[in-house]
Design a protein around this ligand. Structure first.
Ligand code: ATP
Length: 237
């Protein structure tokens, strides 16, 4: 059976000659909640950019739900919902309209799009703001709007690039609850984060990326017990 995501020997060298990914291989099972952890500049956003067709790879293969990104790009793209790090919508558009336009981009009819938009805006506690310009939303609300927009075409794999960076703890917890429910409903989730607490709270499996290489790829449970053992050894010294 195909994986939610299968990456093989993925490399990326930018135009200035800098190699951000050095032949990375990774696979994520369907239904998983997966964390990609790494310091600033490790290569997480580059990897996510390639998976979501925003960045061209130098070499390697990417397969999403059985669709090859090179030869079946539109099918592969339809499987993915992306929540990027930066707000990238027109902030002078009303909230509901942002979702309806995105649905149109994926070929979802207007009346079906309205049903989906209502459902998502209610679930993400934004229904009251549907007529507001996105510019009038708080930071936490904008992030929730980005999640709603990423889900409007009903992707199987949701990728979030540091979704809770700079969000206060209360909003972060409510976003975690929403993501947990989404995962329980069968959506595969991959998120990048700087917060180990976030990965620990949400994710079953984890990959750690450092300077363009995967240095650890294991279950969250194994990583945590490994970290505890390391601390224990350090304590003994
Ligand atoms: P962060 O957590 O800060 O977002 P990251 O793990 O997502 O970091 P990337 O944004 O993928 O890291 O960057 C990986 C490396 O590639 C960095 O050294 C960065 O400076 C470099 N890089 C990213 N984009 C470009 C570009 N367009 N041209 C040249 N180098 C780039």
């Amino acid at each position: 059976m195909s994986k939610a995501l299968q990456i093989t020997n993925l490399s990326k060298t930018y135009g200035n000659g800098f190699t951000a990914l050095k032949g990375v291989s990774l696979s994520v099972e369907k239904g998983d909640f997966f964390a990609l952890l790494g310091a600033n500049g490790a290569g997480k956003s580059t990897m996510i950019g390639i998976i979501s067709s925003l960045v061209n790879k130098t070499s390697g293969e990417v397969n999403i739900h059985g669709f090859d990104l090179d030869t079946q790009r539109s099918e592969a793209k339809a499987m993915i919902g992306l929540v990027p790090q930066e707000f990238n919508f027109n902030v002078f558009e009303p909230v509901e309209e942002i979702l309806l336009n995105q649905a149109g981009y994926y070929g979802v009819g207007r009346s079906e799009a309205k049903v989906r938009a209502k459902q998502l805006l209610e679930q993400l506690e934004l229904w009251d703001k549907r007529k507001n310009m996105a510019s009038e939303l708080s930071g936490g609300m904008k992030r929730r709007l980005m999640i709603a927009r990423a889900l409007i075409h009903r992707p199987q794999l949701l990728i979030l690039d540091e979704p809770t960076a700079g969000v206060d703890i209360e909003i972060r917890r409510s976003m975690w609850d929403f993501l947990k429910k989404l995962n329980e409903a069968g959506i595969t989730i991959i998120l990048t984060t700087h917060y180990l607490e976030e990965a620990e709270n949400l994710c079953r499996n984890i990959a750690i990326i450092n300077k363009g290489d995967i240095v650890e790829n294991t279950s969250m449970k194994a990583l945590l017990s490994h970290l505890q053992t390391e601390t224990f050894i350090l304590d003994l010294k």
